[in-house]
Design a protein around this ligand. Structure first.
Ligand code: ZN
Length: 250
């Protein structure tokens, strides 16, 4: 596995970029293409990127595509309910089998995130072009590898504030402070089955967040962190009783 490039699929509902001129000006080819190109350039031969969008058959995520995805990146906002339950179920099973999943920004409300975490995943928010400072609270974590300083700062963001209705994260990597006074757990990891999840808060579509070099560094690190490790997945669980050998001559 180590010698093969990681297979990364960037999924985007791809609606705001086609319906709002302000968003199209920032992401003319869509958030998914910006991420695929930006992270692809950072990771070089370590990873190959593909993209998938809501309007494609099976949202671009048929079984064979998911089977060939090591890490899935998810951006959704206005069309969470349009994602089919069948595809959500398929993604969940792949995560439990070891596929990594990065859920970005408004993806906190997606079906797949809420299903995997089992809570409402809601929060408070305000769109007021505020400064956000993301404090690194786990400086030894691989997801912050290569960042300079104790925090990263985004001059204009949408605010997300606590309470964020998620289970207690396995690891907390970033805590955000906003100029308006709120705080937020903006970089959280979780494990579900064999799969690793990373939730990363920044990414509102009307600000150029995914062009930010430090944001790209975090997400490239997260791809490497979330990659499957260990013995390759062997498919469905086997019946342990049937596979037992007799203990002795009796
Ligand atoms: Zn947003």
């Amino acid at each position: 596995m180590q010698d093969q490039p990681l297979r990364v699929t960037v999924w985007n509902e791809f609606i705001h970029e086609r319906t709002q001129a302000k968003v199209a000006a920032i992401y003319p080819e869509g958030i998914h293409e910006t991420l695929a190109k930006g992270l692809g350039a950072r990771l070089g031969s370590k990873a190959v990127f593909q993209t998938a969008t809501l309007e494609e058959p099976q949202h671009g995520l048929p079984t064979d595509r998911l089977d060939q995805t090591d890490v899935l990146i998810w951006w959704g906002h206005t069309a969470h309910d349009d994602v089919s339950d069948e595809v959500v179920e398929r993604i969940q099973q792949r995560v439990l089998a070891g596929m990594g999943l990065l859920v970005l920004h408004s993806g906190h409300g997606s079906k797949i995130f809420r299903r995997l975490l089992g809570t409402g995943c809601m929060l408070r928010w305000r769109e007021a072009a505020e400064c956000e400072r993301l404090w690194i609270v786990d400086p030894g974590h691989p997801i912050v590898d290569g960042l300079e300083g104790e925090y990263l700062e985004l001059p204009q963001t949408e605010m997300y504030g606590e309470f964020f209705d998620i289970p207690r994260p396995d690891e907390l990597v970033f805590i955000s402070w906003f100029a308006g006074g709120e705080v937020f757990r903006s970089g959280c990891t979780f494990r579900r089955g064999r799969g690793k999840l990373f939730y990363f808060r920044p990414g509102h579509e009307t600000y150029p967040i995914y062009h930010d070099q430090q944001v790209q560094q975090v997400l490239a690190n997260a791809v490497l962190w979330a990659a499957p490790v260990g013995v390759p997945y062997q498919g469905q669980a086997r019946n342990a009783v049937e596979s037992l050998e007799p203990l002795g001559p009796d």
